[in-house]
Design a protein around this ligand. Structure first.
Ligand SMILES: Cc1cc2nc3c(=O)[nH]c(=O)nc-3n(C[C@H](O)[C@H](O)[C@H](O)COP(=O)(O)OP(=O)(O)OC[C@H]3O[C@@H](n4cnc5c(N)ncnc54)[C@H](O)[C@@H]3O)c2cc1C
Length: 297
């Protein structure tokens, strides 16, 4: 954390279309940064962590802020959609309550008015709340450049600390969330010290589909935030639960396994041991809540 100073000098570009933004990215490559809501970028610039020569503002591209349901039930969200728009969306509430939970718990009302889902994903902060939730939902991001477009699963989007597979020429334009199967439910639970001001100390996303007759897990996905340099999927813990009956012992064992998969660090926010304790507790809670949601209880 550094002191906030005046913004460094930069040239501001305001493309009015995705194609024009891609042209600007191709022309200025490593010298340019995209500006969405600016809730991360402006602070990074004022702390002098980055000082881009060109800032490409995305606000003028109206076609990037939308939420719609596709044929087949997939939900597609434009990268410039604000967190407030997501928490206020009737389609999100109806089709994917997990995304409503994440949006509703993020930052303060002021932050939610300007911060975007695209900025939350592309910023690649390990404590960002949307990546673990979108990973358990099996979501993909759309990347566009002059060369064309590609879809990347959110799970494969993150390479290492604050680094993604997005090249300097690519713009993240949309997020696609697949339709959820019957008898399934998802939950995101986070721990943070002060509501609305503090970033997440540890976050857990869980998504389960259940076999009601056998009272067993059909499928389980668990993803952790602030528990490694990138959002992390706890695949070994998931494997233990898949097909397993829902019991307290199984949840406890899965939580222990997930702790062995996590690599949390000690920081001024929390010690590694405390984060591991949080993972242990939050995973059990998230799985139980997801199970109850899937059963409709
Ligand atoms: C007080 C406060 C509280 C906060 N609380 C939370 C919280 O609870 N949970 C949480 O997850 N975050 C939180 N944040 C962090 C931040 O608000 C979010 O990460 C937000 O979603 C970032 O979106 P933005 O539109 O402001 O991104 P910006 O700051 O504009 O951009 C962030 C990064 O993404 C890049 N980028 C933006 N859009 C695109 C795009 N379409 N394609 C490619 N790259 C792009 C930018 O170049 C930049 O590197 C908080 C921040 C503050 C200041």
């Amino acid at each position: 954390m550094g002191y906030l100073r005046r913004l460094p000098r930069f040239e501001y570009l305001a493309p009015q279309s995705v194609a024009a933004a891609c042209d600007a990215l191709a022309e200025y490559r490593g010298e340019a940064r995209l500006l969405a809501g600016g809730t991360d970028l402006i602070l990074q610039m004022r702390r002098r962590e980055i000082a881009p020569r060109y800032v490409i503002g995305l606000k003028g591209i109206s076609g990037l802020a939308f939420i719609r349901e596709e044929a087949g039930g997939n939900l597609v969200i434009g990268a410039m959609t604000t967190i407030h728009a997501i928490e206020s969306s009737a389609i999100v509430r109806e089709k994917c309550n997990l995304l409503f939970q994440v949006a509703n718990e993020m930052g303060s009302p002021e932050i939610r008015q300007v911060a975007t889902i695209g900025g939350n994903l592309a910023g690649a902060l390990p404590c960002a709340d949307f990546p673990p939730a979108l990973i358990v939902l099996g979501a993909k991001v759309k990347l566009e450049s002059r060369r064309g477009e590609r879809w990347v699963p959110v799970e494969d989007f993150y390479l290492k600390f604050e680094q993604t597979v997005r090249s300097a020429e690519e713009l993240l334009t949309a997020i696609q969330v697949p339709a959820q199967p019957a008898a399934s439910g998802g939950v995101y639970i986070k721990f943070h010290d002060r509501h609305s001001m503090d970033m997440t100390t540890t976050g857990v996303g869980a998504f389960v589909s259940v076999d009601k007759e056998r009272r067993a897990f059909r499928d389980v996905k668990i993803a952790l935030g602030s528990s490694a340099p990138v959002p992390l999927r706890a695949t070994k813990a998931e494997a233990l639960l898949r097909g397993h009956a829902f019991t307290d012992e199984a949840l406890e064992e899965a939580a222990e396994i997930a702790c062995s998969e996590a690599e949390p660090r000690s920081s001024w926010r929390a010690q590694r041991e405390f984060r591991l304790d949080l993972i242990r507790v939050l995973i059990r809670r998230a799985l139980r809540d997801a199970w109850n949601t899937a059963l409709g209880e």
